[in-house]
Write a protein that binds this ligand. Sequence first.
Ligand code: PLP
Length: 372
Amino acid sequence: MNFHATTAEVDLGALAFNYQQLRQLIPPSVKFLAVVKADAYGHGAIAVSRKLEELGTDFLGVASVPEGIELRQAGLDKPILILSGIYPEEVEEVLSHHLTPMVYRLDIAEALAAAARQRRTTIPIHIKVDTGMGRIGLLPEDTPAFVQRLQAFENLQIEGIASHLSTADEENPSFAEEQLKRFSRTIEEIKKVGITPRFYHVANSAALVNLSAANGTLVRPGIMLYGSYPAASLKPKIALRRVMSWKSRIADVKKVPAGNPISYGRTFVTQSTSLLAAIPVGYADGYSRLLSNRGEVLIKGKRAPVVGRVCMDWTMADVTAIPAVAAGDEVVLMGSQLGQEITAEEIGGWVGTISYEILCSVGRRVQRIYKG
Ligand SMILES: Cc1ncc(COP(=O)(O)O)c(C=O)c1O
């Protein structure tokens, strides 16, 4: 028997709903790249990508070549864009697995062109422009010359040009709009040197909802596919369904007297006779140690506070106020139970981070269960 007490249920029906919600925001002529990097934000890249291919996504987007290879080996056959770009050592694998790299370094472009020439093939690439994210990509002013140099490489096909927004989730659109302007100008400049890529793309989830001017000919949402909002201000603008529910089962319930210390470091001491539930989830599962004495879990539709330090494999919750709690009862760490809900955003708030990090952190030891 393969029993797992702590699981992450992944609702592929909710994923389909979110996909349709996002698809509706763009005209049919605009293509859709589903971002499935980081194991599909913790949801399981293979199962999620299979569903997205079935739903009709045009592209899949991953961060790295190994993530792309994992999908190819699982039989996914839509174009896969490597969002972060590649290293020279990865050129052969990019070609043999038909991956599409983002390119912003001349040496990489040269290596790709040489390998493609040797194989008597052409490789599609997307050029990355840094319009204000300050991360990877060519500066706008360097892009036309770069593109012009690439024209010498017959085996490279500039299929796309992309940029990334740093503030699309903020209510003040001014910097995002400035980035869009820089991006449009760059596209105009490269047209002047004779290149008109089929795809130009910049829209992440927030831009898709907030800035229709960002659509381009391809959009690249991630977080909203998984039912989470990059900012609370986006919630009234689009209905989404949570895809992941993170659950566990109480291993033991124990009545302890007042003055009883709980967990490492004795950071919590019971004030009165208390009922404590031991839950088999810890920071090795991605349940952050920062949730010590701070988080809450749902048991019988009620919120129970996490008491004491979260351990590698265990978390304790005070269930004194919840009637009839017993070993084996369901614990919802993230998700809903009898009308109560804990979201990834709320957990992020408790530990000073964003829902993205909460979702991506759900560990390998947590069994993913797919439904829908
Ligand atoms: C280059 C790129 N495009 C698109 C996305 C998707 O962003 P989001 O998950 O905010 O929709 C990401 C995610 O960080 C990214 O790095």
